[in-house]
Write a protein that binds this ligand. Structure first.
Ligand SMILES: *[C@@H]1O[C@H](CO)[C@@H](O)[C@H](O)[C@H]1NC(C)=O
Length: 130
């Protein structure tokens, strides 16, 4: 019984987590689409790359423009790894260094400005390959 309630609690939180991305942002919240890296991209740890995002949907007024940053996501998990920071959301790109990771093909980047917004999954050939 105890096991079952733990399982159902886990399921409930999994549902809550997977439900989060579908919630519709308020109208003044801008979540620009990440254009690169895209599906099929392969990066190597230590390389420099430009992450780019779509500025065509940019609203006139943007809150938190200067506080933009990018986190690494692995599968459904948002990691605390900061891939880029100290740029403006209106820049449309930021040059980053690919972090040291274990090789995986389910990485994605989360671009934060007004709210978090993640791009396609891609591969990083990391420093550890199991
Ligand atoms: C990133 O883009 C800038 C501007 O186009 C360019 O000067 C720079 O060389 C690019 N960096 C990389 C790693 O491609």
């Amino acid at each position: 019984m105890k096991f079952l309630s733990i399982v159902s609690a886990l399921l409930a939180s999994a549902v809550a987590v997977s439900a989060a991305p579908v919630e519709h942002p308020a109208r003044d919240v801008w979540t620009p689409k990440i254009l690169y890296p895209r599906a099929g991209t392969v990066w190597y740890s230590g390389q420099r790359h430009n992450v780019t995002w779509d500025l065509s949907t940019k609203p006139a007024q943007i809150t938190n423009n200067d506080g933009a940053f990018i986190l690494l996501r692995s599968g459904e998990i948002e990691t605390p790894v900061v891939v880029g920071h100290g740029f403006k959301l209106t820049d449309g790109r930021v040059e980053v260094t690919v972090p040291d990771v274990m090789t995986r093909d389910d990485f994605s980047l989360v671009l934060f400005g007004d709210s978090g917004n993640w791009g396609d999954q891609f591969t990083i050939k990391g420093v550890i390959d199991l």
